[in-house]
Design a protein around this ligand. Structure first.
Ligand SMILES: [Mg+2]
Length: 147
């Protein structure tokens, strides 16, 4: 999906704001891999997901993310920070795409420039969020990929 298509989707889902809270019920038991090196950023995401019934696996760098994806964990979706120690989110996504072409990967980064967004999409991310973002913005994207 191109970023333009997502803008359309986002506008559409604005109208479904309240409905989408119901959608989160379908997420119960799904597993999300969160790749985030800043503890406060992770804690915020963890709080967002606290009432969804989802399982969360957290790693703090790109190498660990690849390791988790190669292990037998059944991950349904990845939230990938771009600025990460050891291996950044762009290169991590490229590696993961080699053996998991299908898994939804949502990139998120602070101080994003348009070139970052382009790089993310080219590397294989499905969607892109600039920090700080609203919980509902994130949930709208997840709803699209998981429900
Ligand atoms: Mg970071």
């Amino acid at each position: 999906m191109t970023s333009h298509e997502f803008d359309v989707l986002k506008t559409h889902s604005e109208h479904k704001r309240f409905e989408s809270y119901k959608e989160t019920r379908k997420w119960k038991g799904k597993t999300i891999l969160i790749v985030e090196d800043v503890p406060s950023n992770f804690q915020l995401l963890e709080a967002y997901f606290s009432r969804t019934g989802m399982n969360i696996i957290h790693v703090e760098n790109g190498l660990e993310a690849i390791e988790v994806m190669k292990s037998p964990n059944a991950i349904d979706l990845i939230i990938m920070d771009i600025r990460l120690p050891k291996l950044n989110g762009i290169r991590s996504t490229q590696e993961i795409r080699k053996f998991r072409p299908d898994i939804p990967i949502i990139a998120q980064t602070a101080f994003a420039m348009d070139s970052d967004k382009e790089l993310c999409i080219q590397s294989g991310c499905d969607a892109f969020l600039s920090k700080p973002f609203l919980k509902q913005e994130l949930f709208d994207i997840i709803e699209y990929y998981i429900s």
